[in-house]
Design a protein around this ligand. Sequence first.
Ligand SMILES: [Zn+2]
Length: 295
Amino acid sequence: MSDKITVALTDNGGFRIYSAITTDLVNEAQKIHKSYPVATAALGRALTAGAIIGFMGKEDATVTLQFKGDGPLGTVLVVGNTKAEVKGYVANPFVDLPLNSKGKLDVGRAIGQGYLSVVRDNNGGTPYTGQVQLVSGEIAEDLTYYYATSEQIPTVIALGVKVNPDNTVKSAGGYVIQMMPGNDPDDEKIITQIENAVATLPSVSTMIENGSDGKEIISALMGDIKFGILNETTPKYKCDCSVKRVERALISIGKKDLQSIIDDGKGTTVDCHFCDKSYSFTTEQLEKLLENCKH
Ligand SMILES: [Zn+2]
């Protein structure tokens, strides 16, 4: 099944449902970062969430999800936008841990304890930042807790990644269900249906592995509750780095630090964390950038 985000609304207007198939996108991330399975699972879950939450956002906004735990993976960071383009990295992609007691990749232990911060940046306005303590480090639970406490929106989130023995991704995806403001007599019935479905359905990565598409995942969650599809899009792993951006980053380190790189006389190479592209600068090029340094 090719990558897709599908958005649906229940006929009573009470719930918005997003399903995402992200197998290709997470495979692309695995290839770039050469990550081991538990790192791929953590990054893949975060990327799937980043793609959905980015797509949920308003025009031109980006959302950054940063999972900063004390586990061996270090920071996991993803950035998504309203076009469902997402990029991300994990500080230590070569972490290897035994499976957890349920026989699953132990993302919770790999991330550890710490904080989740969510930054919403709508291009020019003051970015909105929310921060919560990590509940389990399993990504979906942490985001559910974030929505409940920081944004006061009742939300159900499931995310899953299965990894093949050769480290490629077998299936990846997730869903987000949000309760809309308002109060309809049918809401209680729908909540019960969702709770039953979440408790009895196979994991989302298993559904995707078995060939379910986005609409089928939503149908499985909704049972006999009526809904309509609002729109669909193709999420993508996409880095927006460029020479200009790297130059701006070098200028921003300030006169003193830039001068000391110049004094080394060897030039410098900057690697993009998100796509592993290298940008090299000669001493002469760095001297030109120095002229643009304000402090
Ligand atoms: Zn890049």
